[in-house]
Write a protein that binds this ligand. Structure first.
Ligand code: PMP
Ligand code: GLN
Length: 433
């Protein structure tokens, strides 16, 4: 038998549109990544991510797309103008590998102003191609094959993919739904941290559950990180999207944690500019140096005209952030109450722009779980969402517990939300599925 296998890798928008066969070695790392992200089909075909799949399905069925989390509207005009001016003024060649000084200074000033974290912009700040690149570079930089990396579960898909790229073992600590929100199972977290745990990946505010981890939960993680001397990477891309007075506690602000923490964020959520892909990693110089060693061979650098625009946004954009938070808060209220009225049980999110809902009342033999429901809903009701199973490891206890759950986003304009809610209100009247 040939030692090589022929596989088909597909474009991200549909299983059919850009299929092209490629030949790869049997042990190639892409398979581990596809499996870790739950995208490996038994037929050797890699499926698109759940977000791409659901957006394609939404487009095909003309559904209100409450699946993939990207805003309908663009970010503030003055920030977009700043990027246009930067292009006109010649910011079109490679920026420095660490990012332009103005942006690194703005990131350091942002961390100092909001959280009291002091950073040296020359050595403790690194600009990346979105939070995604920062996460992947940090994990590739800091773990070796066989090391354990602990995440929360459910987890954002790129977390699992990056762990697989590094050849590391993914372990998880569950977030469990309660009436007041999803909370970290502290006992399970403690027993999941072992001497093999090299890195703990925290995400707060948390996608998909909307949980803002409490100081006590973070402190419990900090104690475990100290016990086994693990590095902590914290994904805080929703840092400004908190509601009901929930306070975002950056992990690096916990006692003694600054020295072992890489904090990651990006402009995408904060300024509704997800396509610009300007992110950053901050932390002690030796850890940032390690991340840079990888990052410089992933993209080297990027986003030349966007960097000065985001530097200004971080410096002058606090009012825009407040406005976005207020708008999202109103939309959250609308979506949560609309889902409840339609018959879902929801968990009210304290942060992010996602609401998780238990779809059990709408399941049947033909549509037996959240994954089937999410694929059924666009075709029959005209609304797209994302199943929580896509954020869980196949076969895990959390996957079983959240089997019937789906995630809806409220980062959509009022008209889209109104259409979605009107359509969802008809769910209880539909004949048994
Ligand atoms: N982390 C989380 C938890 C996210 O939800 C997202 C994107 N939605 C990212 C990272 C990726 O951010 P970016 O687009 O800046 O790469
Ligand atoms: N983070 C977005 C979400 O959770 C999706 C981003 C993506 O498609 N990779 O919906």
């Amino acid at each position: 038998m040939s030692p090589r296998s022929v596989v088909t890798v597909c474009g991200v928008h549909s299983l059919r549109d850009t299929a092209s066969p490629i030949v790869v070695g049997m042990g190639a790392r892409w398979k581990d990544v596809a499996i870790a992200a739950g995208l490996a089909g038994g037929d050797g075909v890699v499926r698109p991510t759940i977000f791409a799949e659901m957006s394609a399905l939404a487009a095909r069925t003309e559904s209100a797309n409450l699946g993939q989390g990207f805003p309908d509207g663009d970010g503030p005009e003055w920030i977009r103008e700043a990027a246009i001016n930067a292009i006109r003024e010649g910011e079109n060649q490679y920026p420095p590998g660490r990012g332009i000084a103005a942006l690194r200074e703005a990131i350091a000033a942002h961390q100092a102003r909001h959280y009291g974290i002091a950073l040296d912009p020359d050595t403790e700040v690194l600009v990346t191609a979105g939070a995604t690149e920062a996460l992947t570079a940090a994990i590739l930089a800091l773990v070796e094959p066989g090391d354990e990396v602990l995440t929360l579960e459910p987890f954002y898909d790129s977390h699992a993919a990056a762990i697989a790229m590094a050849g590391a073992t993914h372990t998880t600590a569950p977030l469990v739904p309660h009436e007041g929100g999803f909370r970290l199972d502290l006992e399970a977290m403690r027993s999941a941290v072992t001497v093999e745990t090299r890195l703990i990946l925290v995400n707060t505010p948390h996608n998909p559950t909307g949980t803002v981890l409490s100081r006590d939960e973070l402190q419990a993680i900090a104690e475990e990180a100290t016990r086994v001397d693990a590095v902590v990477v914290t994904d805080e891309v929703y840092e400004h999207l908190t509601f009901d007075g929930a306070i975002h506690v950056p992990f690096a602000t916990l006692p003694h944690m600054r020295e072992r923490t890489i904090t990651i964020s990006s402009a995408g959520k904060t300024f509704s500019l997800t396509g610009w892909k300007i992110g950053w990693a901050t932390g002690p110089a030796h850890l940032i140096e390690a991340v840079l060693a990888i990052k410089q061979f992933l993209t080297y650098t990027g986003g030349a005209p966007f960097q000065p625009a985001i530097a200004r946004a971080l410096t002058e954009g606090d009012t825009d952030i407040t406005r976005l938070r207020d708008t999202l808060n109103a939309r959250r209220e609308r979506l949560v109450s609309g889902l409840e009225q339609a018959g879902f049980t929801t968990v009210r999110p304290a942060g992010t722009y996602f609401v998780c809902a238990d779809a059990t009342p709408f399941l049947s033999a033909g549509v037996p779980d959240g994954a089937a429901f999410a694929r059924w809903l666009p075709e029959h009701v005209g609304v797209a969402c994302v199943p929580l199973a896509a954020f869980c490891r196949d076969g895990s206890a959390t996957a079983a517990q959240l089997r019937n759950w789906v995630r809806f986003t409220f980062v959509k304009d009022d008209a889209t939300l109104a259409t979605a809610l009107e359509r969802l209100a008809r769910l209880p009247q539909l004949p048994q599925l």
